[in-house]
Design a protein around this ligand. Structure first.
Ligand code: SF4
Length: 352
């Protein structure tokens, strides 16, 4: 059970006003995005679209209804939001989806985001299923993308197809195209009992031989309501158990990375994101924006705060106040939401 110390003695309102004054004046690189548990936010994940050409069962409802174009934030609004967030202390922006490469203009948007580097932005990242990556790899590199997270749930074509409803081959081509232009890559695999739980070793062997950093992710209740079951989760300890039959394993000290990092055979880095069995919320430094402009402070939050009207009307001071107040009220994390009513947002809308 995660226990976090709440800051009781500080008045939220005066704190927010004070933070706003500080933001306006100086210290642009220091994070003003702090919650009631003193966790500073450095990472922002932006869902560019809810659309995806895959149909991963742990992510997508059976019958998704896609957002209309006019429902999603324009790139101008997104840039405005990013600019404010970087001024408030965000140093890393990750673009997600749905599948972000399905949104026209994504490369140009990445190009534009580079203008925020002098304000403190350090990394621009993208999470993709890699299906269209072969086409975009060179352009993404030229646009200044710093790194890629690629979903790869199996290296077996049949399992891959069963989990995504798409062939594996274009994905592998996309991965190698990104490698050829030297974009750093992390592979992400969500393990689900009965689907790919028998492929821990084969996927690790493949990543090991091809020199790709791999991360296993515990299956989270972010899919269609009623789909997720605790017994379908392959937990960190089980993964380590399987891997230890083939590899020597050394656990590294925990950092702010959501993954626990292990060294295999003393040189191969493998991460495990264990939200279910070992939540790491006490160090959470992430915020999320949906394609419709809702700011979520946690993957498991039941609702977000809409910032779209403030972006449309260019009300920067109100926008900053709203952001700071929303962040301040961030709950402890996964544990705090377990007793909450059924979620209203699935992974494909919040970007994982
Ligand atoms: S569950 Fe929420 S608070 Fe915990 S690490 Fe994930 S996003 Fe952060």
């Amino acid at each position: 059970m995660v226990k976090l110390a709440k800051v009781d003695s500080v008045s939220i309102t005066s704190n927010i006003e004070k933070q706003f004054e500080e933001v306006s004046s100086a210290f642009l690189h220091e994070s003003k995005l702090v919650d009631q548990f003193r966790r500073h936010k450095r990472k922002l994940r932006i869902s560019l679209t809810d659309r995806c050409n895959f149909k991963c069962s742990y992510c997508m409802p059976d019958h998704p209804t896609w957002l209309a174009k006019h429902d999603i934030l324009s790139f101008e609004e997104l840039y405005k939001f990013c600019e404010v967030m970087v001024k408030l202390g965000i140093t890393q922006i990750r673009l997600t989806g749905g599948e972000p490469l399905m949104r026209k203009g994504v490369v140009n948007f990445i190009n534009t985001l580079n203008e925020l580097r002098p304000l403190g932005l350090q990394r621009i990242s993208l999470t993709t299923n890699a299906y269209y990556l072969e086409k975009y790899a060179v352009e993404l590199k030229q646009a200044g993308l710093d790194d890629l997270n690629i979903s790869l749930d199996s290296i077996n074509p049949d399992t891959f197809f069963n989990m995504t409803q798409k062939p594996l081959e274009p994905v592998l081509k996309g991965i190698h195209a990104a490698k050829d232009v030297n974009i750093p890559i992390k592979l992400n695999c969500v393990l689900v009992y009965g689907q790919n739980d028998k492929e821990i070793l084969s996927l690790t062997d493949w990543a090991y031989q091809n020199g790709f950093e791999l991360r296993f992710i515990e299956y989270m209740p972010l899919d269609q309501p009623e789909h997720w079951k605790r017994e379908k989760v392959v937990i960190e300890d089980e993964i380590i158990n399987v891997l230890s039959s083939q590899y020597s394993i050394y656990k590294l000290e925990r950092s702010n990375d959501p993954a626990t990092i292990y060294m295999l055979n003393q040189h191969f880095k493998l991460g495990i994101i264990s939200t279910i069995s070992k939540p790491f919320c006490q160090s959470c430094d992430r915020l999320r924006l949906t394609a419709t402009g809702e700011l979520f402070t946690c993957l498991f939050a039941n609702s977000g705060t809409s910032v779209r009207p403030l972006l449309e009307n260019d009300k920067e001071k109100d926008l900053i106040n709203t952001i700071l107040e929303t962040v301040w009220h961030k709950k402890a994390g996964y544990v705090a939401y377990q007793a909450a009513p059924v979620r209203k947002i699935t992974m494909h809308s919040i970007g994982g």
